[in-house]
Design a protein around this ligand. Structure first.
Ligand SMILES: *[C@@H]1O[C@H](CO)[C@@H](O)[C@H](O)[C@H]1NC(C)=O
Ligand SMILES: *[C@@H]1O[C@H](CO)[C@@H](O)[C@H](O)[C@H]1NC(C)=O
Ligand SMILES: *[C@@H]1O[C@H](CO)[C@@H](O)[C@H](O)[C@H]1NC(C)=O
Ligand SMILES: *[C@@H]1O[C@H](CO)[C@@H](O)[C@H](O)[C@H]1NC(C)=O
Ligand SMILES: *[C@@H]1O[C@H](CO)[C@@H](O)[C@H](O)[C@H]1NC(C)=O
Ligand SMILES: *[C@@H]1O[C@H](CO)[C@@H](O)[C@H](O)[C@H]1NC(C)=O
Ligand SMILES: *[C@@H]1O[C@H](CO)[C@@H](O)[C@H](O)[C@H]1NC(C)=O
Ligand SMILES: *[C@@H]1O[C@H](CO)[C@@H](O)[C@H](O)[C@H]1NC(C)=O
Ligand SMILES: *[C@@H]1O[C@H](CO)[C@@H](O)[C@H](O)[C@H]1NC(C)=O
Ligand SMILES: [Zn+2]
Length: 503
């Protein structure tokens, strides 16, 4: 493992130094950020100069006078330049499940696809190639940074395979090694594996930073596992600690309140609480006081039924994430759009249910855009990400402003968030290096990766076809009863039209 990672480090370094300077020249609009007002700004008819992995300057016009002898000029006439998106909750390894869980529920997910049951179907190769394909999928859609709750840590080999794919992908990833109570790999073996990985982590790799994920806080707050996790996080000063916080009848109340009681919330390690479905008023207060964040995953929380009763009122300490992208969309603009419209619905409904008429719109596209960019960076305490400003990392997206869907735009923020799709995204740069160019991933032999991934996916999908769906009767593991939600009825007369899954 050690020698494997060192070889990787060299490759990553070579790739990183390949980029010297790029001028994204003469764009129609650049979505910039003004640190003084903490607000988006738009530079019309301008250029972005990239030097190494950073934004070196923003200029009006084509800025050809800023070109050096090592600068590559990329004509962006007619285009929109946006900061890359930040996904604060993703499980990258799950790509092979694509489309097989389109109707799943959270209770069924735990029993069928989750970290405690799926491990037996995944070899290290499956984890590697699924993680790689999943990160390419994210890059293709403009996600330049993600916080990976990497719960494929079922053995030394599957853990290392997921990390290797992450390093190989060229994405910026805060990689959360997950400590969990799984079969065949004890917490102390996980700790030894984590220490091994940390000892050989390529320190000059600038894109992937080690983090931790752990969900057993509430089930065992004062036990030795939780104490060990806190000590380990501090020992390595990891770049984030993330946890699933559901609460309510789901139990699993890994809350800010609990973190504060344990003395872990108010420190230098960013803590990211995914979902926060049943967050309390005290949670919200503590997040503000300690400047920690929740990762709201709008599509997942609607799909699975985690719900998010109070998230609308916690947006000042909230970022967005995708979660289990095999069940629905992978991209952050879709998440921001779903959040925006559902948040509006929720706010309007408070008025409309009283038969009153709202004259104004309660949430702007500008706010939703910040949720998918700047707020994600703040959750990770990375003020150098998620914005276009001098000195920030050069994680940049170039949209074709003349695509059929975008044609006619005036406001670039609304154009990107509401009218663009991943197909309109021409170039993606991470740390100043092209990861997508002229609409195609820059992966050397992506066809071979696709074939390798499909062989793995085919095998896993067959195994799931052969696995009966779990019976869910009586109570969920938390002791709360299963009660079926009323099935939609889309058919006149007999039956509801639920239909089958074509898997
Ligand atoms: C990067 O790290 C590798 C070992 O992990 C080392 O061989 C190489 O010299 C380092 N490069 C730089 C520029 O520090
Ligand atoms: C580029 O300019 C630098 C000085 O600014 C010079 O040292 C270097 O040799 C030049 N490179 C080429 C390829 O002309
Ligand atoms: C810059 O873009 C404008 C349109 O916005 C175009 O008229 C002009 O020719 C472009 N300049 C260069 C140098 O490409
Ligand atoms: C999803 O659909 C399949 C096939 O129709 C069905 O067997 C399964 O129970 C459904 N799952 C849920 C959670 O409703
Ligand atoms: C645990 O290991 C046993 C023996 O190797 C194997 O049969 C079983 O599938 C493993 N369980 C899981 C969940 O990986
Ligand atoms: C791990 O699982 C075992 C058996 O399911 C259980 O007895 C134990 O309490 C669990 N430990 C934690 C930390 O949740
Ligand atoms: C996993 O790695 C740890 C730490 O290096 C080592 O002690 C252990 O023997 C390894 N386990 C296996 C099954 O290789
Ligand atoms: C941990 O790392 C962060 C970010 O680099 C730094 O600001 C902080 O001072 C470090 N904390 C400790 C205890 O070293
Ligand atoms: C967090 O720590 C700072 C100083 O380290 C202290 O001033 C503040 O009161 C603490 N806040 C909470 C909520 O613990
Ligand atoms: Zn999750």
């Amino acid at each position: 493992m050690r020698s494997q990672l060192s070889t990787l480090a060299l490759l990553c370094h070579a790739a990183a130094t390949g980029a010297t300077s790029v001028l994204l020249s003469n764009a129609s609009s650049i979505i910039t950020f003004d640190a003084k007002t903490e607000a988006l700004a738009v530079l019309r008819h301008g250029s972005v100069l990239v030097d190494g992995d950073q934004i070196a300057g923003l200029y009006e016009g084509a800025a050809l006078n800023h070109v050096r002898n090592d600068t590559e000029v990329v004509d962006c006439t007619g285009k929109i330049i946006s900061p890359g998106f930040i996904d604060t909750h993703r499980h990258g390894w799950q790509t092979a499940f694509k489309t097989i869980g389109s109707n799943t529920s959270l209770a069924e997910y735990f029993l069928r696809y989750g970290e405690y049951v799926a491990g037996q179907f995944f070899t290290p190769e499956d984890v590697y190639v699924g993680q790689l394909a999943g990160l390419y999928e994210a890059l293709n859609a403009g996600t330049t940074t993600n916080l990976d709750h990497a719960h494929h840590t079922w053995s030394n080999k599957t853990s290392e395979a997921g990390l290797k794919a992450t390093l190989d992908s060229g994405a910026r990833v805060v990689w959360g090694y997950t400590f969990h109570n799984v079969t065949n790999f004890t917490m102390s073996e996980q700790t030894a594996n984590f220490r091994d990985i940390m000892a050989s982590f390529p320190s000059n790799n600038t894109l992937v930073t080690p983090a931790m994920a752990y969900d057993h806080w509430a089930s065992n707050p004062y036990g030795k596992d939780t104490q060990n996790i806190m000590a380990l996080a501090r020992e390595y000063n990891v770049s984030a600690m993330t946890t699933h916080y559901l609460g309510g009848p789901w139990d699993n109340a890994n809350s800010p309140e609990l973190f504060q009681t344990l003395g872990f919330l108010n420190g230098s390690i960013p803590c990211v609480f995914s979902h926060a479905s049943f967050a309390t008023a005290m949670d919200a207060k503590l997040l503000r006081e300690t400047n920690q964040y929740i990762a709201n995953t709008p599509e997942s929380e609607m799909h699975y039924g985690h719900t998010h009763e109070h998230s609308y009122d916690m947006q000042d300490q909230m970022a967005l994430g995708v979660d289990t992208f095999f069940t629905y969309s992978t991209d952050m603009p879709t998440q921001a759009r779903l959040w925006l419209q559902s948040a509006r619905y929720q706010s309007y409904n408070q008025i409309m249910s009283q038969w009153e008429i709202p004259p104004y719109n309660p949430m702007s596209v500008n706010q939703a855009f910040l949720m998918a960019t700047r707020k994600g960076a703040l959750a990770l305490r990375r003020p150098d990400l998620g914005i276009i400003a001098e000195g920030a990392k050069a994680d940049l997206l170039v949209y074709d402003g003349r695509s059929p869907g975008m044609l006619g735009w005036v406001d670039p923020v609304a154009a990107v968030l509401l009218h663009a799709n991943a197909g309109d995204l021409e170039h993606v740069l991470v740390g100043g290096t092209f990861k997508k160019r002229h609409g195609k991933l820059t992966v050397p032999d992506y066809g071979a990766v696709q074939d390798r991934f499909l062989a793995s996916a085919l095998k896993i999908q067959k195994a799931f076809r052969d696995t009966p769906y779990p019976a869910m009767q009586g109570d969920f593991s938390s002791g709360f009863p299963y009660v079926s939600a009323r099935e939609a009825d889309v058919k006149r007369e007999d039956g509801t039209g639920y239909g089958e899954l074509f898997v």
